[in-house]
Design a protein around this ligand. Sequence first.
Ligand SMILES: [Zn+2]
Ligand SMILES: [Zn+2]
Length: 118
Amino acid sequence: MAEKTTRLNDLPVAEHFRLREFECPCCHCVRLCPLLVELLEAVRAQWGKPVVISSGYRCPSHNRRVKGAARSLHLEGRAADVLVPFNEQPAVEVFARRAGFTQVIPYGRRNFMHLAVA
Ligand SMILES: [Zn+2]
Ligand SMILES: [Zn+2]
């Protein structure tokens, strides 16, 4: 039987993702483009590893705090930063492009990648 929870946003939005993984860390607000989740599932399937999101939706004040771009797709729920070890980024970049992501930015030794759909 599924564990009962009253935790906010703790519900599935796809086979391997829950809504709260995408919420803003400062206010728990969330916006989420269905296509973003679909493409993240496609990356996971090709990579064969869990996709861990370090930043999903950002409210305007959080985006300013982390010095995000003024028109960042994180503000629209169309971007996710994903933890990817430096040495695996070239492969994951191929998976992400193949899945259909239109913004794919590897952050090298910071060990994450920005993936977004316009
Ligand atoms: Zn916030
Ligand atoms: Zn990002």
